[in-house]
Design a protein around this ligand. Structure first.
Ligand SMILES: [Zn+2]
Length: 500
């Protein structure tokens, strides 16, 4: 994982270096030499990442740290030079835009850290458990038990800081790309479909970079906000999957939705900001009729001589996409937009709901990408999730058994079963028979409990999925701490480990 990330970074910096090298060939003079310098720097920085993947840390050996620091210092110096060479104002716009991209990237990286470091996933797993049919059974996981979800939690501080910084960088880049590309898309849209068509009149006066940086300032929260929703749903969905009750579905519709919501929100901010900027630079001599685009220069009448359209006042300048002038369209669009956003945000719920209720014959016509690969509800009502250190009370007809599990590891436990022929003897007498043994990931499938043969599919990830032989058997479970019965009959050899 760490190695792959380093190789990816090395590749990324080298590609940027290559772009600068090409730019160096295509330009002249100082710009050209600056491009060459940056090309060399980026490639050197990329190589340092390759070295890092071998040594395992950016701070060791010391010369790697010096190497990286030197590269960054020259970068900073070049950036400063470039800023000074540009007009101050424009440089400030760039700085503002970049700053808000970095803020977005930092927030997203902080969200990831929060979920891993603070164990936010753990509370979402607990929530899923509480909402599942097993809420009365003891929750099986400790906050550090599912290694996959707390990956890197215990790493050295330097490694964690490094991971944080590299995620800030690797997230800020896609934010910058998506935000800038959608900005260009909106500008292009206004140029082609703007009404009245002011583009030709104002394109030289328009502060394009300022509009871009304003838009970055107004939409910095979009990416982290969407990602925090995505993270909450993802962990909740994983939690439900671990209860074998996946009523929240994170299949493709939602994943696609995430990648629609972000550009969609950006586009709507760009459209608002760019529109304001365009309106601001339209001179009084350039005002056009909203309806037909006729140049109203010098006309004092409120009526357009060309089409008869009534403007509200002489100074009204307005500019929109052509289709936005239709009143029906705009009210419709507002409602549609709210409905779409709500629908997408809650799609993990309704998608699985629909997929479950769809007749299975219909499913063959659904493209395979949006079919959830897994069964949605517990296929067998006789299966119960038992924590590997729980006490389980089983009652079949008039008889009763107590299964005591003693966890040996995440996928193995020793067990002792006490069996009372008459349930009324339970609590007053020692068990009629006592059995013991162990359950393992690879073991099973039969767990003898009294005269009954229970099946267990897997003992895995701190849980045992126990299958009752008939529906007349009731199964409940509590943790050892909550169990108030007598356990002195449990054989005392639990510590003598005879597991393979
Ligand atoms: Zn007109």
């Amino acid at each position: 994982m760490f190695m792959t990330l380093n190789h990816f970074e090395a590749g990324l910096w080298s590609v940027i270096g290559l772009i600068f090298a090409v730019a160096g060939i295509r330009t002249m003079g100082t710009t050209s030499s600056r491009c060459y310098l940056l090309a060399v720097l980026f490639v050197a920085f990329g190589i340092s990442d390759l070295v890092e993947s071998e040594t395992g840390g950016w701070w060791q050996p010391w010369w790697l740290l010096v190497w990286k620091a030197a590269c960054l210092t020259v970068f900073a110096w070049q950036l400063w030079e470039y800023g000074a060479s540009k007009r101050h104002e424009e440089w400030a716009y760039y700085a503002t835009g970049m700053k808000f991209y970095l803020i977005g990237g930092t927030l997203h990286a902080a969200i990831i850290t929060l979920f891993v470091k603070v164990g936010a996933w753990y509370w979402l797993f607990r929530l899923a458990w509480a909402l599942s049919p097993w809420s009365s059974f003891p929750f099986p996981y400790g906050s550090g038990d599912l290694v996959f979800y707390s990956y890197g939690h215990d790493d050295a501080l330097a490694t964690q800081i490094e991971r944080f910084i590299s995620s800030v960088v690797s997230i800020s880049i896609p934010i910058a790309v998506v935000h800038s590309l959608t900005f260009l898309l909106v500008a292009w849209g206004y140029k082609l479909f703007g009404s009245p068509n002011y583009w030709l009149d104002i394109r030289t006066k328009l502060k394009f970079r300022k509009a871009w940086s304003d838009s970055a300032r107004r939409s910095w929260w979009v990416w982290p906000a969407v990602l925090i929703i995505e993270n909450i749903w993802t962990y909740l969905a994983s939690g439900f999957m671990y209860t074998m009750y996946p009523i929240v579905n994170m299949s493709y519709p939602f994943q696609i939705a995430i990648f629609v919501i972000i550009p969609f929100s950006y586009i709507s901010t760009h459209a608002t900001v760019l529109r304001k900027h365009i309106i601001a630079v339209v001179g009084t001599e350039e005002v056009r009729c909203i309806s037909c685009g006729y140049l109203l220069r010098g006309l004092l009448s409120k009526r357009c001589p060309e089409c008869g359209h009534n403007t509200l006042s002489d100074s009204v300048v307005d500019f929109r996409f052509r289709w936005e002038w239709s009143r029906n369209w705009s009210s419709c669009w507002k409602k549609l937009r709210i409905a779409m956003l709500l629908g997408l945000a809650f799609s993990p719920l309704w998608v699985s709901f629909i997929l479950v209720r769809c007749p299975q014959q219909w499913m063959q016509f659904v493209p395979s990408v949006i079919q959830p690969g897994k069964p949605v509800f517990v296929p067998n009502q006789d299966i119960f999730p038992i924590r590997l250190d729980a006490v389980c009370i089983i009652q079949c007809d008039e008889s009763l058994a107590v299964l005591v599990l003693n966890k040996m590891g995440p996928s193995s436990a020793k067990y002792a079963v006490g069996y009372w022929e008459e349930a009324s003897d339970y609590g007053t007498q020692t068990p009629d028979t006592i059995q013991s043994g162990s359950v393992m990931y690879s073991g099973g499938p039969i767990l003898p409990i009294g005269p009954w043969k229970f099946k267990y599919g897997i003992a895995w990830e701190h849980m045992l999925w126990l299958t009752r032989p008939t529906t007349t058997c009731s199964v409940t479970a509590t943790s050892k701490d909550d169990y108030d019965g007598d356990l002195t009959w449990v054989p005392n050899d639990e510590e003598s480990d005879d597991l393979p």
